[in-house]
Design a protein around this ligand. Sequence first.
Ligand SMILES: Cc1cc2nc3c(=O)[nH]c(=O)nc-3n(C[C@H](O)[C@H](O)[C@H](O)COP(=O)(O)O)c2cc1C
Length: 275
Amino acid sequence: MLRRGFLKFLVATPLGRFLSGVLAASTSSLAIYFHVSHTDVKRGAAGGERVIALPYPRLRGSVSVEEALANRRSVREFREEPLTLEELGQILWAAYGISEVTYGLRTAPSAGAQYPLELYAVVGERGVEAQGGFLTPGVYHYDPHAHTISLRKEGDYRRELYHAALDQIWVLTAPVSLVFTAVYSRTARVYGERGRVRYVPMDLGHAGQNVYLQATAMGLGTVAVGAFYDEEVARILDLPAEETPLYIMPIGRPLTRYRLAEDELVRYFERRRRR
Ligand SMILES: Cc1cc2nc3c(=O)[nH]c(=O)nc-3n(C[C@H](O)[C@H](O)[C@H](O)COP(=O)(O)O)c2cc1C
């Protein structure tokens, strides 16, 4: 009875919603912290998992939000050039990194601060330049709390991923593809079915747009790919059963740059206002 009353308070009042967000944030970030410090480090020692510290993210850039919004386009043709480790780190941070250090809140909003998404980078052969060489090709998992990636599976899996994505060639030609997955239960345990069908996809949209905007601001390009065989992607990435793949986002240097000129946009509006 008391429990039901407390739950009602948590969801039905503004103060309750605020508190549930804060509680959720603190417990989930603690859980993630311990997950990383125990599970991953142990597995790293036993299984030879390699952990790579990413360069710290830059919090200043030279492109305004307005310019990034205006010049963002889905990019499907990439140059045959690697990303740098700095670029990969910056994109991962923008996607789902830490932007608040008390509760471990992220660059993307998340319902109840439950952070249901996990983020992987599928790195191709010579896909990422690092310290005068290249990152070992493979599937890397991003740890936002340490801003590191750990190698989960060695090998160039771009061709397999491309086939899993219905032969969309940009998945093969991009030097790196990010893969977002979701652990639905993180959000569903707080919000039930509404969390599952509404909030998790909304969370994904926010993080995906962060990738688009950060890529655009850095002169890189991406495209959100939602068409793929889930089971195939899960197999390629060796995903745990609780994780569902949601987006593949190939990242690379665009073959051509899209630029919107202000006067072009003004002419567009004026023509429509005259109608
Ligand atoms: C949920 C979702 C799924 C998408 N899936 C694909 C896809 O599988 N392949 C692809 O090439 N583009 C995909 N796109 C990109 C859209 O085609 C693109 O956003 C749209 O054509 C508008 O172009 P713009 O992004 O340049 O504004 C997807 C976009 C969204 C939001």
